[in-house]
Design a protein around this ligand. Structure first.
Ligand SMILES: C[S@@+](CC[C@H](N)C(=O)[O-])C[C@H]1O[C@@H](n2cnc3c(N)ncnc32)[C@H](O)[C@@H]1O
Length: 292
């Protein structure tokens, strides 16, 4: 039997998870895909009771293919409401099983929108398809430099900027650390820096390793930040908190003002998807908590 999806105004909803998979609603799309964090949970709700638009076969991300189960997948735009402003964001189902949006980052974009001043200068590194970049350009008319190593992520970010009619986002397909160092040498300053580094990454012959490079990222961020600016630095791998604590020793000007756990909620059940540290410059007077 197929149960209707409960009516909700939230465009994103985790509908069920367990046994290594999750089912999520993004606007009118319902997607069933692998979720490594859900392996230790029994299914929160029978998966076959939910009619999906698309299902990623295979037991892990990157090891399967999309099986489209709905006839009408023409509208892949999800409408969000942030700070009373409408934000359109396109889903992009990649061969690896990603959908073009990490839903745990919706909370980061909302938190940044809540504290960043109007017309802020924002730098978003490891920015993927640009949810936070478009969110801040829409809500704060921010001038955003968006950096990612992947051509398809940059192309998607440009599409997301276009469908929202935004002019204020400059995209750079480049190595995040190289861009940060170049901007620091030029003396550029940002009111807000958003960084969501993976455990491992690559741009051409340059590799990114969180364990090796996080302290340099934090140190250059502290040079690039205005005294009252704010950094949202998130991580998703084991040991991220420990690496960050050590990295902060090389940037005494930055102070941790909030540590938020990034959860996806399904009723009262939670999937833990990472941690976001909010770091303030020496004159940052942002009121906490920022994350609702
Ligand atoms: C975890 S995702 C970021 C998700 C993003 N914050 C969001 O919520 O939409 C990591 C991103 O880092 C990018 N990446 C990996 N290595 C990189 C590097 N050396 N320089 C810049 N970007 C890199 C990947 O292409 C990927 O888009």
């Amino acid at each position: 039997m197929v149960h209707p999806v409960p009516a909700t105004v939230e465009p994103y909803q985790l509908l069920a998870f367990g046994e290594g998979r999750k089912i999520e609603r993004f606007g009118s799309w319902i997607i069933d895909r692998p979720e490594p964090v859900a392996t230790t949970f029994a299914s929160s709700r029978p998966f076959d009771s939910i009619q999906c638009s698309a299902r990623y076969t295979g037991s892990k991300i990157g090891a399967g293919a999309w099986d489209f189960q709905s006839k009408d997948l023409s509208n892949n735009t999800v409408d969000f409401c942030l700070d009373g402003r409408e934000l359109k964001f396109e889903l992009h189902l990649s061969d690896s099983g990603q959908v073009g949006l990490f839903p745990e980052h919706i909370a980061v974009a909302k938190a940044a929108s809540a504290v960043v001043p109007m017309n802020a200068n924002v730098l978003n590194v490891f920015g993927y398809t640009g949810f936070a970049s478009t969110a801040l350009a829409v809500t704060k008319q921010a001038a955003v430099i968006h950096v990612d190593a992947s051509s398809s992520a940059i192309a998607q970010c440009q599409r997301n900027a276009n469908i929202n009619g935004l002019q204020g986002i400059t995209t750079r397909k480049d190595d995040a650390l190289a861009v940060l160092k170049r901007l620091a040498r030029k003396g550029t300053r940002f009111d807000c820096i958003i960084a969501d580094p993976p455990a491992f990454g690559r741009f051409k012959n340059k590799t990114w390793k969180l364990e090796r490079d996080l302290h340099e990222l934090v140190s250059v961020c502290s040079e690039l930040l205005t005294p009252d600016g704010v950094v949202f630095l998130s991580g998703h791998s084991t040991g991220f908190e420990h690496h960050l604590e050590r990295a902060l020793l090389v940037a005494p000007q930055l102070r941790c003002i909030e540590q938020a756990e990034l959860f996806l909620m399904c009723g009262n059940d939670k999937l833990h998807k990472g941690t976001c540290f909010v770091l303030g410059g020496p004159s940052c007077h942002i009121q906490t908590p920022i994350f609702a």
